[in-house]
Design a protein around this ligand. Structure first.
Ligand code: SPV
Ligand code: MG
Length: 540
């Protein structure tokens, strides 16, 4: 016996008004379940529409079955299939029921029309109803075919749709009930619930009654509850929502020919991975595949207080100042985590006990007040895990969007930095910045050309500036041993006690390594002042 058939029975026979939402493929089924629905309606309209065909049995019943299998596998709640007319006569219905049970579908609804059917909202009153006795033979054959007692066959009365009145609807519903139907779906194309309410009043509780309020959508749900209906089916709303969003997205892309206008308004790729349960596969790979112990790591330099923030940093360093209710550091960690980087080392200095987010490695630079960023990096490199995969370095007061990590991850050079083309901003607000001079400036047309660093410095003359370094550096697994050695050598030189991090970039070049530059414009924020905190609150 299937748990899903029992779940559906509880919805159908229980005292409360219950709701099903349309699902038409695996991902919409999952979205419906996650929203809290206790059951799904695999409607003919939406199932056919997702295949791009009409709701007129243009998709074969086995094509419907194939999609149902994905939907059932993706979810743990019952699915009521809109089985149209049963795809033929009694013989087709009994085969359908057996195949549905094999795929863990909890129930099917068949309507009293002829194959091939037409959607009820298209010329309803031209539609021909099935002969009552012939339709009852479909119900009986279906009930006899089911092997699970809890599998339910709902019968849909189309009398109102076809222009018949209440007495024909009741006569048919009663015949179907006697033939073994487990519930009646009474359908109406009016904009008011008058027909279905009149039916329910007369039908009373002879068997559960289901409704599809697509046309009488303005009716308060309380009316359905008070009338004693069993199940309300929101029959096409996920599909319609998806179509609207897809149309918006497609026309924006066709118009702008650029992804930036839509990227932040659509589900991130990682949300798709989550819905697909990609992490389950990663765990399985851990269990079944030979191990590769290497994992990208990040170092966040967060030792300084950030005195410019005044009282805000009296008891905590700048990296713990809150933006949108969470410390800056948490936003930075999120960005790394979302890129799959979990091995993160944070260098603490000022008020180290206040830097206490979970799942991070900490290294303390007790001399933070009398040493520079380079020394903090050296401490972290001494303490951090062995070589083997890429290393990312960034500052504890620089937040960045996913985009920044995407563009720095791409090149397979040993050393890569992200540079903002808009260096003038730092001059306008009088903020210290690490300027860079590169082999080429950024141009929109040739943005994919390979550009390398030539020099970095706070005092770089204006005419030589191609951008501002964001503080983000990636060192490849291949470049890491040389980088380790270089940082250790620099740190050992007393001259470098106060050195800023950009001096390390110049040292990389002096040792004849190529340092690749990828340009961005925006998508990151260096939080130095109170006004930066305000800007950061809008930074999504
Ligand atoms: C469906 O969702 O496919 C239905 C309901 O059968 S309706 O489109 O209202 O006929
Ligand atoms: Mg239908």
């Amino acid at each position: 016996m299937s748990e899903k058939t029992r779940q559906f029975r509880r919805l159908l026979d229980g005292d409360d008004l219950e709701f099903l939402i349309d699902a038409h493929n695996g991902i919409s089924a999952k979205v419906g379940e996650e929203a809290g629905f206790k059951g799904l309606w695999a409607g003919g309209l939406c199932m056919s529409a997702q295949y791009g065909v009409r709701d007129s049995n243009e998709a074969s019943w086995t094509q419907v079955l194939e999609m149902l299998e994905f939907m059932a596998d993706a979810t743990s709640i019952p699915i009521l299939l809109d089985g149209d007319t049963g795809y033929g006569n009694f013989n087709n219905v009994r085969r359908l029921v057996r195949k549905l049970e094999q795929r863990d579908i909890a129930a099917v609804c068949i309507e009293d029309k002829l194959y091939p059917k037409t959607n009820s909202f298209i010329d309803g009153n031209k539609q021909q109803l099935a002969d009552i006795d012939e339709f009852c033979s479909r119900i009986k054959a279906g009930k006899d075919a089911q092997s699970d007692d809890d599998f339910a066959i709902i019968t849909r009365v189309e009398a109102f749709i076809a222009g018949w009145g209440l007495s024909e609807a009741l006569r048919r519903a009663e015949a179907y009930r006697e033939a073994g139907s487990d519930g009646i779906l009474i359908h109406s194309a009016l904009t008011t619930p008058s027909e279905i309410l009149a039916f329910k009043k007369e039908w009373s509780d002879r068997s559960p009654v289901l409704i599809v309020p697509t046309k009488y959508y303005a009716t308060p749900t309380e009316v359905f509850r008070e009338a004693g209906f069993s199940i309300v089916i929101w029959a096409n709303h996920l599909l319609r929502a998806a179509v609207t969003r897809m149309q918006d997205c497609a026309s924006a892309l066709a118009r702008d020919q650029h992804l930036m206008s839509i990227e932040d308004n659509i589900a991130p790729v990682r949300e798709i991975f989550r819905l697909q349960e990609a992490s389950e596969l990663q765990d399985a790979e851990e269990r079944y595949l030979p191990h590769n112990n290497h994992e990208a790591q990040a170092i966040i330099l967060a030792a300084s207080r950030g005195a410019a923030l005044g009282d805000l940093t009296a008891n905590r360093p700048k990296t713990m100042v809150e933006v949108r209710g969470r410390p800056l550091l948490a936003h930075i960690v999120d960005a790394y985590n979302n890129a799959g980087i979990r091995n993160i080392t944070v260098v603490r200095g000022y008020s180290p006990d206040a830097v206490n987010l979970p799942a991070l490695n900490y290294v303390d630079n007790a001399d933070y007040a009398s040493t520079g960023e380079l020394l903090s990096l050296a401490r972290a490199m001494e303490a951090s895990a062995a070589d083997g995969d890429d290393l990312y370095v960034s500052f504890g007061d620089v937040i960045f969007k996913r985009y920044i990590l995407d563009i720095i991850a791409e090149p397979d050079d040993d050393f890569v930095i992200v540079v903002d083309t808009n260096w003038q901003d730092s001059v306008n607000v009088g903020r210290a910045a690490d300027y860079v001079h590169c082999t080429e400036s950024h141009t929109r047309h040739d943005f994919y050309r390979e550009v390398y660093l030539e020099e970095a410095g706070e005092q770089l003359p204006e005419e030589q500036r191609h951008g501002e370094w964001t503080g983000l550096l990636k060192v490849s697994a291949n470049g890491l041993p040389a980088f380790r050695e270089l940082v250790a050598d620099l740190a050992a030189d007393p001259e470098n006690r106060h050195a800023k991090l950009y001096s390390m970039l110049n040292a990389v070049i002096r040792r004849q390594h190529r340092l690749r530059v990828v340009y961005t414009t925006g998508h990151w924020l260096d939080v130095d002042s109170l006004s930066d905190i305000l800007v950061a609150s809008d930074f999504t």
